[in-house]
Ligand binder design. Structure first.
Ligand code: ADP
Ligand code: MG
Length: 349
């Protein structure tokens, strides 16, 4: 008995000493802005320097993505070059990265029958919701006329775009004159897809939650073993949550809502998610959609598509991508996909 007790004691000492060399990860929080939105990082990392370096890398990545690739506003970006080359017979040469991204976007446009459509630039430019929502007085707001909307609508439509790999092996995009690409509906989710490998490369970070605007990535584990909790904004009171999702490991939670950027004129809400069928802000009875997926790009694109499609078609589309959905409707009803219920704590539909 004494012998076994001694062995037990030795084991305890070995176990404790084994842990001595390893520091416990500490929660570290960072807030910054990039891509026109708020970036929040919650990192579990033992070393402050490693966490700081990681945040620096992420901010650099986001800045480069915006300035060099995705932004239709930045004159140095690839999307700006594509839009400037609209109508040219020889098309515009694409980097491998943007070609792959645009191909995925086109696939989702087809699958959603145009509810998600990155060729919506002429319409988003016309509505210019950022400006409209920037605190103007109601009598200063000038909404576009029906004729202007109809004209812009004729300059949208993913079916009119060709992506082709030439004999030289290079990919080109052929965008009809007057058309413009706007990656606003998927850029933040795409950014999360690019942040994920950076996390994989940083062994000191054992768990993380990264939010790029309304798209949130969870990663790894918490030191206490509990699940990640992602709060879902209440569209009727954007300062509070209607519930939370409890998630283990790597997920992406993407929310699109009509409370983000909007103006109200004569009791009508004009918001930033447009229906490429009508040219007007989508009226599907939805106030917000949350999509739970593994992949950031799919999740962000789907949340916009689902907002336009409404719960029935939206849920079906998301399911075909293996994603779960939560719809908050204008009448306050909550509609959750079956799989979503497993992660949800809050009011049930
Ligand atoms: P947020 O940018 O608030 O996260 P979304 O992901 O839903 O919201 O994206 C909305 C943005 O996407 C708009 O600001 C606009 O630039 C663009 N957009 C609006 N409607 C559509 C649409 N039907 N398809 C593709 N992009 C859209
Ligand atoms: Mg989106």
């Amino acid at each position: 008995m004494k012998f076994f007790f001694r062995i037990f004691q030795v084991c305890i000492v070995i176990l404790l000493c084994g842990g001595c060399g390893r520091e416990m990860p500490v929660a570290r929080n960072y807030v910054d802005t990039a891509m026109g939105t708020v970036i929040r990082l919650g990192l579990y990392c033992a070393q402050e320097e490693a966490a700081d370096n990681f945040v620096h890398k992420v901010m650099e990545l986001l800045e480069d993505l915006e300035q060099e690739s995705l932004s239709w506003r930045s004159e140095t970006s690839e999307v700006y070059g594509i839009n400037s080359g609209a109508g040219s017979a020889e098309g515009v040469l694409l980097t491998e990265e943007l070609a792959a991204l645009l191909r995925e976007c086109m696939e989702l446009s087809e699958a959603s029958e145009g509810a998600f459509d990155v060729t919506i630039g002429a319409l988003t430019g016309l509505w210019n919701m950022d400006q409209l929502a920037a605190g103007m007085e109601a009598d200063e707001i000038q909404l576009p006329s029906e004729e202007m909307v109809a004209r812009a609508l004729r300059r949208c439509g993913y079916e009119a775009v060709r992506l082709e790999r030439g004999q030289d092996g290079e990919e080109r995009i052929y965008l009809p004159e007057g058309m413009a690409i706007d990656l606003g509906a998927c850029g933040k989710g795409y950014a999360l897809t690019k942040i994920l490998p950076l996390l994989d490369m940083e062994p000191e970070i054992t768990g993380a939650v990264v939010a790029v605007g309304g798209s949130v990535l969870t990663y790894g584990v918490k030191p206490d073993g509990t699940s990640w909790k992602v709060g879902i904004t209440d569209p009727f009171d954007a300062a509070s949550f209607i519930g939370t999702l409890s998630l283990d490991g790597q997920w992406c939670v993407s929310t699109s809502g009509d409370y983000e950027r909007y103006v109200e004129v004569d009791g009508v809400r004009y918001h930033h998610i447009l229906d490429a069928g009508t040219g007007y802000p989508a009226r599907s009875g939805v106030r917000s959609v949350t999509v739970l997926s593994r992949d950031g790009l799919a999740g962000d694109s789907l949340s916009t598509a689902c907002f336009v499609l409404g719960p029935e078609k939206g849920m079906e589309l998301a399911a075909s991508y293996g994603a779960e959905t939560l719809f908050v409707m204008w009448d306050g009803e909550l509609i959750l996909s079956e799989g979503m219920k497993e992660y949800w704590t809050g009011k049930m539909g």
